[in-house]
Design a protein around this ligand. Sequence first.
Ligand code: ZN
Length: 623
Amino acid sequence: MRRIIKWTLVSFAVGYLLLLVHLLMVRKLRTAVIMGLQTAPIPLQPVVKRPVDYHQDYPELFPLQVAVLMINDSDGGLGYVHAFREMGIPFFVTHDLDAALRHSLVFIYPEVDSQTFNSEEIQKITQFVQAGGTIFAQQVFATALGPLFGFRSYEQVKSRHWVNFDTSTDPLGKYLDRPEERRIPLAGEAVKESFATNGYTSDGTAKVLARFEDGSAALLEKPAGQGTLFLSGVGYDDVIMRAQCNRHYDAFRAYVNTFEPGGDVWLLLLRAWYENFARGAVRLATIPQGQRSVLMLSHDIDWSYSVPKCLTFAAMEQRHHVHSTFFMQTKYVSDANGRGFFIGPNLDVLRKLVALGFDVESHTVIHSRAFNHFSYGTGDETYTNYRPRAVSMTDAVNGNVLGEVRVSKELLDGAIPGHHTIFFRAGHLRFPTPLSDVLASCSYEFDSSFTAPDVMSNFPYRLTYDRDFEHESPIYEFPVTFEDEEAPPLVERIGKALEVIKANADNGAANVILIHTNDDEKKVPAEEALLNSLPPDILVSDMTDFAQFWRARDRLNWQVLPGGSPDKITMKIKSAEPVSGLTFEFARNISAVDGGAKILADHHRVILPDLQPGKDTIIAIRY
Ligand SMILES: [Zn+2]
């Protein structure tokens, strides 16, 4: 008995001592800061938030442009701007009905009520459609216009959740060929009230292309004379901007690793509308070099052991002649989440990756789960004074958005000579509302902190400031499609990932994969299996290369001008930045091009020569 008591006491004493040592060590670790790191100065740039000037930014230039008849400018309009730009459809914006009706496709925005048009204007629209023009309108609230658009009545409510398309026999449904595209969410089932939609009852002259779950029509098609009118009961800002700004009403069906085209469908409808109704349609393709889709490769580096393993991923990717982006945590403090590891040999690995042609970008300082709740910051944050610290798995102290964004760039640019960090990915993909503002002020250019299913968009897009619907930031978003941490392991999910990639390729959309470099034994073969089974028309790229292409494409100035005879056109193209592989698609068969452009085998696509910034490129095209 006495022996037992003695041993119990000894055990307690040893346990107590161990606990004391542990607590002291943790305390030491928690206050440890890696000192003496090189930094590069990151001056803060002023951020100008101006609302879009639709009329100045999108002027009338050539007949093939879709005319956007903007009834009023007060209700935003970025929804259709993003739709047309992402789809590569030329458009201009006007208040002038006569100017709009000189073009064969007219998109009316944001809504039409009984005051919008007088009887003379309704007469003009009717004649325009009778003569072969096409109208795409949304949210028509005027029973008097029912005969024009083909509805008898309408009901506006905020409680609808689903749109079901029945477009299998209609040209507008050309890209809606998968179940996820034919039934799309507006709001989560549990959400009682979201945004207003208009459900129509056809008067029998209009075909119903889509219905809400209450049976009312969400999309009508009314043939009239030689022309057609389409009427959507859903507003484009509600389905595109809400999704892209991640302000939707829990509409997404899954968070990651799945095909969620809930926002893209609205873009694809406009693409099909333009391709079907614009005579001699010319569209700027989404993917370079005539490819059908892209797989952007990215890796997140979240602790010290993951750093040397980056080289195994890089070596495998080099064997496949591809590159990837490594998002590096610049953790120089030790805290509840672990020890700092932005240190000596790890920095050598980063420099080696860059020397091998790989892309190294920012993955914050402390990678906090609380990042989306961090404050903006003061502007004084630098490596010498910024001391954020995780205090638990979910909480942190002294952190702010500017500190995470700016100091991580100071350190990466300081550690890698000549480097400019321009891409950002938040830890745990947490997106604070002022992120695009802070990124812009620290001279970043691109972000990848959302998942594609969450923003219901598989196309990259331009972020707004403060996640609003009015002020465009210069930052472009490349949402994550696939990640490697969900069960089952990535290697068992290659088939499913390929299905998503194929679904995106059918739409010309993009894919981003995120693979952590913590386990090279399992994850390198998984990534390699995916690369080995990719169809040949899927481009593989690091994030920055494709992002720079996408931005140049999004800002491209291009015009289709008459070429002196009906079988000739001239294209005038100007890019603000150097860009390679821009591809145009033509409804008509192309027989010859000049100016260093290249016709693809299908005779419907042309790859442009490399463009020099600010220089006009003129290409003559013969049908
Ligand atoms: Zn991470």
